[in-house]
Design a protein around this ligand. Structure first.
Ligand code: MSP
Length: 643
């Protein structure tokens, strides 16, 4: 899979959260690919940035009492600063609030519309007010009546523009079929195929329930609508190259690879190629979906309070050691649990023992026997077998990298180090020199230097500074020209003199970061006051501190071991449903509550109930007759605020 131009992207990160190691992981993989592509002489464009529109961001800002754009500026800058501190070699940092991006998205909307792929319609659903449930038309009795209670249903509507996603089903399936590597790892491609084969509905691509988004192009004369965040966000991959404005960098399109996490695969593998087909643009070569970084088996997220801060890890253990660890530890596509122990093992063993120590051995032996001089011209004569083994490993590397099998890449790259360490033990230079075998001993040092040089070049994209230090010690520079000479053409290193230096990877004996225990707040005991009496009056501002929203229960399960709890997924108009653990089982079964609308307290601190995280609370009222949920009198769009 050879390309002359390499366009590599990360997802654009939401500005409602600070970066954690999950974000750092995607960015580090992308940075590694970009650095490697540059080193082999390809013209490379590496894009990252921030995703700043949508209700979620608007609300995050509101919660903090901040102006939305000012808030987005602030968080976007924290991402950019972190990537700068991490020496991420991005060529452009895009923000979806950039004027050019907005123009590009509007242009795309017009083009899709001209192609006949966008139409205006209404969200339609048959709703039984009595049962508070939507029913598909096929389930209605006589096309009108509720299959449960027999009462007449009514149709609920909201205006929206739709993208004709359904008409791209066959074309998408053909793309997956004809390009077996379009989604990596390949197992993920099958999941996507199965999903698309299940049928695609047209996609609602505008919203009227909030404001913070890209407006429709003027000619639509429809100011109520803003664009769906995913249409806006996905377009960043081409607007960053100038799509819709100054198309200076469009020659980099199509992307060589979009790196993403597995949770956003559907958006990238279904919506995005369909949008591109509609725009008449070529499709990306690969979409690479990695797994989750977890903490004690749980997905990391701010709401769970188990987030690992990448800056703290890098400061404590070294940025490049951290990069190596992330790429080496987990097979791409799989989940990985972050632990300091695993990180320390990698540093002490792979980096310290195998790599750092090899350089030390070379320094020691050449210092002792040859005053630091190393010559490599006789390596081929004395150590042909070893060289062959090294070349075999090296020839496998590049495909592993571009197939995103980074752990394999690094695993295979360590074989030459094993060859070198083994050769020292086998040939015993201390004996050879005593026996007067000077040439053989010098050639052995040459072999080690050659291996270290090749490994440095191939490891450069992962550990740029460390490998530069090694190359300096070996008297050469890491650049595309030397990559070509030493890796591609197998040239030997010119003679050099090596000097004593500090070890590259000092041994780490104990964990360097203090584990944060979740804060347990001890609330002062309050006297239980009689109801009604002593009600403290609050201002309207206090009331608005509680964010209340209408939502629909899209999944409901009984919590087996509990008499009281139901485990609910409630769609409150966000990207993903909220998980709510509700103590209502005595009054509602899972079946009762499924597909009904409820009122949700949406800004409560998440809490754990029987080991399950609850991200909200339902409004309810209880008297001597039992508990009933508070619900909207008429169906409302999910996410509608309650005031
Ligand atoms: N804004 C969207 C992406 C739009 S791209 C056109 C988004 N942003 S995000 O900030 O929520 O997530 C960004 C990336 O971080 C995603 O690829 C996501 O998979 C990844 N991760 C978030 N948490 C993660 C872990 N705990 N582990 C690994 N990656 C995870 O989605």
């Amino acid at each position: 899979m050879s390309c002359h131009k390499s366009y590599i992207t990360t997802p654009i990160y939401y500005v409602n959260d600070v970066a954690h190691i999950g974000h750092a992981y995607t960015t580090i993989i992308a940075d590694t690919l970009a650095r490697y592509a540059r080193l082999i002489g390809q013209e490379t464009f590496f894009l990252t940035g921030t995703d700043e529109h949508g209700q979620k961001i608007e609300e995050s800002a509101k919660k903090r009492g901040k102006d939305t754009k000012a808030y987005a500026d602030e968080i976007s800058a924290t991402f950019r600063n972190l990537w700068d501190e991490f020496d991420i070699s991005y060529d452009k940092f895009i923000r979806t609030t950039d004027t050019d991006h907005i123009k590009g998205v509007q242009k795309a909307f017009s083009v899709m519309h001209e192609r006949g792929d966008i139409y205006k319609d209404k969200y339609k659903g048959h709703y039984c007010i009595s049962c508070e449930t939507f029913f598909p038309e096929t389930q209605l009795v006589d096309g009108e009546f509720c299959p449960d209670c027999g009462k007449s249903t009514s149709i609920v509507e909201e205006e929206s523009y739709f993208f004709k996603l359904s008409s791209y089903e066959d074309k998408l399936l053909a793309w997956y079929r004809d390009n077996p590597e379009c989604i990596l790892p390949k197992s993920k491609r099958n999941e996507v195929i199965r999903f698309v084969e299940g049928g695609l509905n047209d996609l609602s691509i505008t919203r009227t329930s909030f404001d913070w988004g890209v407006k429709l192009p003027k000619e639509f004369n429809d100011p109520k609508h803003v664009m769906y965040v995913w249409l806006d966000a996905l377009m960043n991959y081409v607007t960053a190259l100038g799509y819709g404005t100054d198309e200076v960098n469009m020659e980099f399109w199509p992307a060589r690879v979009h790196l993403i996490g597995k949770d956003i695969l559907r958006f990238h593998a279904i919506y995005w190629p369909a949008f591109l087909m509609s725009l008449g643009l070529p499709l990306p070569k690969h979409i690479g979906a990695h797994g989750w970084w977890t903490r004690n088996g749980e997905k990391m997220s701010k709401s769970k309070g188990n987030v690992v801060n990448p800056k703290e890890v890098a400061d404590a253990y070294g940025l490049e050691n951290f990069r190596y660890f992330m790429l080496r530890e987990v097979p791409f596509g799989g989940d990985g649990d972050f632990s300091q122990k695993a990180l320390i093992d990698r540093i002490n063993s792979d980096l310290g023992n195998d790599l750092g120590n090899l350089l030390n051995r070379l320094i020691g032996m050449s210092g002792k026997y040859f005053k630091g001089k190393v010559e490599s011209d006789l390596v081929e004569i004395y150590y042909k077998e070893e060289l062959k083994e090294v070349e075999e490993s090296l020839s496998k590397l590049e495909p592993y990298l571009f197939e995103l099998q980074l752990h394999r890449y690094l695993e295979e790259l360590w074989r030459p180090l094993t060859v070198a360490n083994r050769a020292i033990d086998k040939y015993q230079p201390w004996t050879m020199i005593k026996e007067g075998k000077k040439d053989e001993t010098m050639a052995l040092n040459g072999l080690i230097a050659t291996i270290l040089a090749k490994v440095s070049l191939m490891l450069h994209a992962v550990m740029p500074k460390t490998t530069t230090t090694i190359a300096n010690a070996l008297g050469f520079e890491i650049n595309p020209e030397n990559f070509n000479k030493i890796i591609r053409e197998g040239e030997v290193l010119p003679p050099f003199t090596i000097e004593k230096r500090e070890p590259l990877f000092p041994r780490i004996e104990e964990e360097l970061l203090v584990e944060k225990k979740p804060e347990v707040k001890v609330e002062p005991k309050k006297e239980k006051k009689k109801e009604v009496e002593n009600i403290a009056l609050i201002g309207i501002d206090d009331f608005f501190k509680t964010l209340l929203k209408i939502g629909t229960v899209v999944d409901a399960k009984e919590v087996k071991k509990s008499k009281k709890l139901l485990l609910l997924q409630v769609d409150i108009g966000e990207e993903k449903p909220r998980q709510v653990v509700a103590g209502i089982k005595e009054w509602y079964s899972a079946e009762d509550i499924l597909n009904t609308q409820v009122c949700v307290v949406a800004n409560l601190k998440p809490a754990k109930l029987m080991g399950m995280v609850s991200e909200g609370m339902l409004l309810a009222s209880k008297d001597k007759n039992g508990l009933c949920l508070i619900r909207p009198e008429r169906p409302k769009v999910n996410g509608t605020p309650i005031s």
